[in-house]
Design a protein around this ligand. Structure first.
Ligand code: ADP
Length: 492
């Protein structure tokens, strides 16, 4: 049972192989025409040989039929000349001749078996009407020919039926001649053709094997090249230009390689940035601690001041770590989304309630405009994080006495949250970079304010996980508007 399964699986694999398919196609393309040609030639020869034999026999027997009339053989079968002639012909064609008179009675049978008997058959009746008939019995290896005896006015051709003048037919000659010689020749021809065909078969197996091997070499080269990249021997782009198909595969692979390189570079850059960002607060703390230790009898006020600085650095460090953890969470796939139907107005009010104290500290007014009631399928934690970052930035990068306006609207498909501020704005050339991890606009003094450069990266990931979009419009010195658009129903 197990063995049979294994055999079956191996069979499927062979059929799946391009090399095997090419092998069989080339082999069949070579063998089928040679077999068809052999059969066609043999058939042709057989038809022709049988026709020649029929024409030959008919001619001979037509002459004999005339002699029969001349010698009145139908009434008296004792004519020595005719009997010898009959004997000779039946020997020549290895056959039997039966002569039937007008009363359907057999007057002569060269086998001497049916003399005196009556023969009524379709062929005989037709022959009495003047139509010579022929019938080739391939299975038993003989040809049956009927020849009318008498003075016919119309021509009678072998194998075809024509109307004759029935009144002038005095008798019928039934002849069966052996086709053994034709069959033997056919067999010899067939044997020779089979030998030629076998040689062609061997030749085609060799050609099919070689061609299927050479034609699939480029595909093996593609596999080898990909394996070399996989094993890490090279990270150069690969090139196998033998076929358009291999070119397509290789192009797709090179694009994938390029994408992986970009991902790898960005991962390395990210690790470098993370290390740098985490190191900065640690360096500051070390400097602060060292300077305290190097001094003797440090006043308590200085201790307090330095310790406050150290505590601030620790807070910064933990903020960066928190943001990094959020980023890692966002990097997971959409399957991790915890989607529930939420009242977005409530969600925004809660966010603003949490952030108002910070706004108050900075003397920034926060305005909330809700155009309509919105309920949507969202991941509460992720969306809260995204929108909080935007509102927090709008407060952080604002002017004293400035304002932040949050506006909620929706259509039948999406809801839109617009967060505008009267802050410093983002220079146009920097706008495309602000979503990159650790990117900060220099002029904004983000680091001093306590920014990590990760906020917008987190926001963008969260919005994309909701299959939404985020856009920024900003003018330096005037303010910034971020527009977040998210589907009301979360697409699965
Ligand atoms: P950060 O932690 O520095 O705020 P973000 O990723 O949130 O990091 O923002 C990236 C940079 O984009 C910020 O450093 C800031 O320079 C700029 N930025 C973000 N939001 C605003 C805004 N509302 N107004 C002006 N600049 C902004």
């Amino acid at each position: 049972m197990f063995g049979r399964c294994k055999k079956y699986l191996r069979k499927i694999n062979i059929l799946k192989s391009l090399k095997a398919r090419l092998f069989f196609i080339i082999l069949l393309a070579g063998i089928i025409p040679s077999t068809v040609t052999r059969l066609a030639i043999l058939q042709n020869y057989e038809d022709r040989a049988v026709n020649v034999r029929i024409a030959d026999v008919q001619n001979q027997f037509k002459i004999l039929a005339n002699h029969l009339i001349t010698y009145g053989y139908l009434h008296d079968t004792s004519s020595e000349i005719i009997n010898t002639e009959l004997e000779q012909l039946s020997n020549l064609y290895d056959g039997r001749v039966i002569i039937v008179d007008q009363n359907f009675k057999v007057v002569k049978d060269t086998y001497a078996l049916s003399e005196g008997k009556t023969v009524i058959s379709e062929e005989v009746i037709r022959c009495f009407k003047g139509n010579s008939t022929t019938n080739y019995d391939r299975k038993n290896g003989y040809i049956e020919i009927t020849t009318p005896i008498g003075n016919l006015t119309s021509n009678v051709k072998g194998g075809t039926q024509q109307d004759g003048t029935s009144g002038l037919v005095d008798g019928v000659m039934l002849t069966s001649v052996s086709t053994d010689t034709i069959t033997t020749t056919l067999e010899i021809l067939n044997r020779k053709a089979l030998i030629v065909e076998f040689i062609i078969f061997i030749f085609m197996v060799a050609i099919a094997f070689a061609m299927s091997h050479f034609l699939t070499i480029p595909f093996e080269r593609v596999t080898q090249a990909i394996n070399a990249v996989k094993a890490g021997f090279t990270d150069e782009e690969i090139s196998v230009n033998d076929y358009v198909e291999t070119e397509h595969i290789v192009d797709a692979f090179n694009q994938l390689l390029g994408r992986m390189k970009v991902l790898d570079d960005s991962r390395q850059e990210f690790v470098a940035n993370v290390s740098h960002e985490l190191k900065t607060p640690l360096t500051s703390m070390k400097v602060l601690a060292d300077s305290l230790m190097m001094q003797e009898e440090v006043p308590v006020e200085l201790y307090k001041e330095f310790m406050t600085d150290i505590a601030n650095e620790i807070e910064r460090e933990s903020k960066i770590i928190n943001d990094l953890l959020s980023i890692v969470k966002m990097d997971k796939k959409a399957a991790d989304m915890d989607v529930t139907s939420m009242d977005i107005n409530e969600l925004l009010e809660l966010i603003l309630k949490r952030l108002r104290p910070i706004a108050r500290q900075k003397n920034v007014e926060v305005i909330y405009e809700s155009i309509r009631q919105v309920t949507a399928e969202v991941d509460e934690v992720k969306l809260t994080l995204a929108l909080s970052n935007l509102v927090e930035n709008a407060i952080k990068y604002n002017e004293p006495q400035g304002w932040v306006r949050v506006r909620l609207d929706a259509d039948h498909q999406f809801f839109t949250v617009e967060i505008s501020d009267s802050g410093m704005g983002i220079p146009e050339e920097e706008q495309e970079h602000i979503y990159e991890r650790f990117y900060r606009v220099d002029k904004s003094h983000s680091r001093e304010i306590g920014g990590t450069g990760l906020g917008l990266a987190i926001t963008r990931s969260a919005v994309l996980m909701h299959r939404g979009s985020i856009k920024v419009m900003s003018e330096e010195g005037k303010g910034t508007t971020f527009t977040v658009k998210i589907p009301l129903i979360h697409p699965v």
